[in-house]
Write a protein that binds this ligand. Structure first.
Ligand code: ADP
Length: 467
């Protein structure tokens, strides 16, 4: 059956990427289109600052289309662009969206009116869907979850939860404005886009099966567990994939040499390339981390254990950006331990590819992880994850000590300094021998981390709930 989808998201790679939401949205849409699904992608028109690079790679199609929305949400209009990589995308213009960054002021705080900016965007998405009658309205995270308030009840709605820690809540009076079903968004006297979206969606999808369980428990639900439990079988988890053409060690112009599971010699060249750049000798395991630097990701633990890395037999290079204090603490630790810890601050895709290609190990001590993409990218490049037992990491990283023949990494019991040190010790014990390491590298490189299987699961779900 040909399914028609309206897919609304605040980020879509490579047009606008802040976090994993951009890659997940673009990866799923591209896999759906490859399966013949007709997808209208709707993203906010953030204007020339945000789209300065992307605009070189798109052509506008036709004139802007006016969208009929209530006065508080408008005027609303849509431009359609055909992007060289992303394909056809609808840029939705509603008041307040055009800024220098999708969410953040120059000082790093969120824009004060973020909730309202995305409530207007969401209202325009609902108007578009009501006019175009897709089989499915697929919403992503709080930014678009309020669209369900104004979507005709006879249209099926899917809500994907990429990060349920963010709700986008605002003041209570919005409930009466955002749509005929706005009362579902009342939350402790305020308006919470996510809670209403969860209540109204026909299907709520977490980005991994384990995280779907976690968010239904009081200690993992970010306050939403009761509401999610009430939705029963409507809540499920589907793991994300990665774009295996962008992430392809056999053919990646960003890395020093290509390699495959059958011939890992190129990986040695990539490893030597990075070691040389860092001025490090080849006498320890090379661990890498590529991550936002926020409490969620647990890399602050490295500050506590940096003095132990030498004894463990690991040199670690971290690429990341995030909170000022996290960045400063890690840089200070690297200055104190320059032979075993290096930190590169910034968002740098080329360096990310080079580090995934060079690493023996990936360090990913997340405190929570809805899915996690870095461990999938690392595995595709033969870099063995050392990761905590949370969320999507549970579904993708199988401990090598517990399962020597099928394991894909080393699992740390929790995001604590003690458990991380113990996991790193186990990693060097089990994988310090380069022949044993190569066996595991070949195994993890052969795993299917593409969108093929997840996209099939989404299509089955669409078919189940389409009316
Ligand atoms: P999250 O979405 O919580 O940030 P994920 O692991 O799901 O975490 O996805 C993060 C994505 O961003 C991955 O593709 C990772 O490679 C990439 N990434 C994170 N930090 C950086 C950085 N500093 N430079 C380049 N890429 C990064």
């Amino acid at each position: 059956m040909g399914v028609r989808i309206t897919f609304a998201t605040a980020e879509f790679a490579p047009l606008v990427s802040v976090g994993g939401l951009a890659a997940a949205s673009a990866g799923l849409v591209s896999a759906l289109r490859a399966n013949g699904v007709d997808v209208d992608v709707m993203i906010p028109d953030y204007g020339p600052d945000v789209f300065s690079a992307a605009a070189h790679d798109w052509v506008e199609i036709g004139d802007a289309i006016e969208v009929d929305v209530p006065q508080w949400a408008g005027p609303a209009s849509i431009r359609r662009v055909d992007h060289r990589v992303a394909g056809l995308v609808h840029l939705v213009a509603t008041p307040g969206l055009v800024r220098s960054h999708p969410y953040l002021q120059p000082d790093g705080d969120g824009w004060r009116d973020n909730s309202e900016r995305f409530l207007r965007f969401s209202r325009a998405v609902a108007a578009w869907a009501n006019a175009h009658r897709p089989d499915i309205v697929h919403l992503n995270d709080w930014h678009t979850a309020a669209a369900a308030a104004a979507t005709d009840p006879d249209l099926a709605v899917v809500l994907s939860l990429h990060n349920a820690a963010f709700h986008g809540a605002t003041t209570g009076e919005w409930c009466t404005q955002i749509g005929p079903r706005g009362n579902h968004y009342e939350w402790w006297g305020g308006t919470n886009p996510l809670t209403g979206g969860i209540a109204l969606a026909d299907a709520v999808v977490a980005v991994s099966p384990t995280h779907a369980d976690e968010i239904r428990r009081p200690d993992g639900g970010f306050g939403l567990d009761e509401l999610l439990r009430a939705r029963g079988a409507a809540v499920s988890g589907i793991i994300n994939g990665i774009d295996i053409e962008v992430w392809n060690p056999a053919d990646d112009a960003r890395i020093a040499a290509g390699f495959t599971a059958d011939d890992l010699s190129g990986k040695d060249i990539c490893r030597a390339d990075v070691l040389t750049e860092l001025g490090w000798p080849d006498d320890a395991m090379l661990a890498v981390a590529v991550s936002r630097l926020t409490p969620q990701k647990g890399l602050d633990l490295i500050v506590d254990i940096a003095h132990l890395l030498g004894d463990i037999g690991i040199r670690l290079v971290i690429l990341g950006a995030g909170g000022r204090s996290e960045e400063q603490a890690l840089c200070a630790a690297a200055e104190q331990h320059p032979h075993h810890l290096a930190v590169r601050i910034g968002y740098n895709e080329t360096l990310a590819h080079r580090l995934f290609a060079a690493g023996d190990l990936l360090v990913m001590p997340s405190r929570f992880e809805p899915c996690g993409l870095a461990q999938l990218q690392a595995m595709r490049y033969g870099t063995v994850p050392v990761a905590t037992a949370v969320g999507g990491l549970v579904d993708t990283v199988v401990d090598l000590d517990a399962h020597p023949r099928t394991g894909t990494g080393i699992v740390a019991a929790s995001a604590s300094a003690v458990d991380l040190v113990s996991a790193l010790h186990r990693a060097t014990r089990r994988l310090g021998d380069r022949r044993r390491l190569a066996n595991v590298q070949r195994r993890i490189m052969r795993r299917d981390v593409s969108w093929a299987e997840p996209a099939q699961q989404y299509i089955e779900m669409y078919q189940r709930i389409a009316r």
